[in-house]
Design a binder for this molecule. Structure first.
Ligand SMILES: Cc1cc2nc3c(=O)[nH]c(=O)nc-3n(C[C@H](O)[C@H](O)[C@H](O)COP(=O)(O)OP(=O)(O)OC[C@H]3O[C@@H](n4cnc5c(N)ncnc54)[C@H](O)[C@@H]3O)c2cc1C
Length: 448
């Protein structure tokens, strides 16, 4: 028998966007349930660390959430969405049905990996992934690390790895120097962001930074790895312990896709008040486009106010999110991925590392679905989370439809999910759907 939780508002994701939405709605008197798959709130930027615990901003939001009576369900992941009022979550304690009048999706983003020869070797990490490992206690003291890819995250991660005792061998940014400089000059109009940027550059003093540069290939070596980078002054070969690489972020949209929300350019489409195209479902933060922590908070506050029925206040709050989103558009233009990166992978470079599918096997495939059917590309444990965004860039293939459950489940959890009625529904949900013409507008056609 599945457990049930009901609240006026269910917020999925306890990063800055989700915390802001949950606290705002709860402070306006709504009952709120905040669900996240991590043990502690904070999302990516405020991820708790083994030595300092919760990050200071997460602690402050968490304290407000507790005072406002926000219920938390941690270590729990939403894996299915039955209709715009009902989600199914999996956690250590089993499966849970979540019922709400409104749902706020604050799912964050994932890193984009681009395949190049050697990218699957031990010692090659995602930039954010390595940072998360370090926060979790992975000892980097004395490690020599090269950082490559694109976006300000490279700088933030370099600073945090250095603070944990790693030696940063170099930062290789694919964006052209002129574009990054222009973006930097534009920060003069945003004093707070300028101060943050300058503080970051201060923390990176003495580290070589290259622009118009990217990894060409990596191979095993005595030090761990030998990585060859393309730079404007010719190829550069570095012996390193580890390579951290990431070509920007891709919005997490899986739960929104299950609900049938409209997507465009890999992100969930919302209106000025964060409403998606599905009535009662909001999306905030990186789920609606990569824009950083300030935008996520501004989105969350707007969504929380709308969930509490305070549309006039929400409209005023939305002005801040427009400002932050304009900044995000400049960021996107600056760090747009260059065409040369499409040619990094050779025919025998693995694209889907779960199912060992090399690029050459995808030559005749028309789209992600075709590749799935013919090669099993995207059908392994990560369910296309890694190869999907890579092929989005390499081939311009939109992600294939998502299928519930969104992550592999244990057999007992799967049985619990499967015994909840026809197509996984409880009888009660089926009855409520029968009387609710608005329900199940998800347009899902695939169920595993
Ligand atoms: C790996 C990584 C590292 C980053 N590091 C930095 C950094 O060092 N500095 C910086 O300025 N920015 C960093 N960013 C960018 C930063 O994440 C954003 O600026 C900001 O945190 C966005 O907030 P958010 O609330 O939109 O998403 P997030 O902070 O990503 O929060 C989303 C939360 O939702 C949870 N979630 C997702 N799907 C589900 C589900 N189905 N069920 C339950 N929970 C779910 C996630 O686990 C996460 O806790 C990083 C991003 C990534 C992807």
């Amino acid at each position: 028998m599945m457990r049930e939780h009901a609240a006026d508002v269910v917020v999925v994701g306890a990063g800055p966007g989700g915390l802001a939405a949950a606290v705002t709605a709860a402070e306006c008197g709504r009952s709120v349930l905040l669900v996240d798959d991590n043990a502690a709130p904070g999302g990516q930027i405020w991820r708790a660390s083994f030595d300092h615990g919760m990050a200071a901003p997460a602690r402050a939001w968490h304290a407000r959430a507790e005072r406002a009576g926000v219920q938390r369900l941690s270590g729990t992941r939403v894996v299915d969405a039955r209709d715009a009022r009902t989600l199914i979550a999996a956690g250590d304690a089993g499966m849970t049905i979540l019922r709400a009048n409104r749902i706020v999706l604050a799912l964050g983003a994932s890193e984009r990996f681009l395949p190049f020869p050697g990218w699957t070797l031990p010692g090659v990490f995602g930039v954010g992934g390595l940072q998360a490992l370090a926060k979790g206690g992975f000892d980097l003291r004395g490690a020599v690390i090269a950082i490559a890819g694109s976006g300000p995250l490279l700088l933030a991660v370099a600073a945090s790895l250095r603070a944990r005792g790693a030696q940063i061998a170099g930062i290789f940014e694919q964006a052209p120097l002129a574009r990054v400089r222009r973006f930097g000059i534009g920060l003069a109009a945003r004093p707070r962001k300028l101060a943050q940027g300058l503080a970051l550059l201060g923390a990176l003093r003495g580290i070589e930074r290259h622009h118009d540069a990217w990894p060409l290939h990596a191979e095993p070596a005595f030090s761990g790895l030998r990585v060859t980078f393309r730079t404007p002054r010719g190829n550069r070969v570095l012996p390193v312990t580890a390579l951290a690489v990431g070509f920007g972020l891709v919005p997490n949209t899986d739960v929104a896709a299950l609900l049938g929300c409209r997507m465009k350019d890999e992100r969930v489409v919302v209106d000025e008040l964060t409403c998606t195209t599905i009535d009662g479902v909001h999306a905030v933060g990186e789920t609606i486009g990569i824009a950083g922590v300030d935008a996520a908070i501004a989105d969350g506050i707007t969504a929380g106010l709308v969930c509490a029925g305070r549309d006039d206040e929400a409209r005023r709050a939305a002005r801040r999110r427009f400002r932050e989103r304009r900044f995000a558009a400049a960021l996107e233009r600056t760090y747009a991925l260059r065409d040369e990166l499409r040619t990094l992978a050779t025919g025998d470079t693995l694209v889907c590392r779960c199912e060992d599918v090399p690029l050459a096997r995808l030559a005749d495939c028309m789209d992600a679905r075709d590749a799935k059917l013919r090669t099993r590309c995207g059908m392994g444990p990560c369910q296309g989370r890694v190869c999907g965004p890579a092929l989005g860039f390499l081939r311009g293939w939109p992600r294939d439809d998502v299928r519930p459950p969104l992550i592999p489940l244990t057999f007992s959890a799967w049985l619990e999910l499967g015994t909840t009625g026809p197509r996984g529904r409880t009888d009660e949900m089926a009855r409520s759907d029968a009387g609710d013409h608005d329900a199940d507008r998800g347009g899902r056609t695939h169920r595993s």
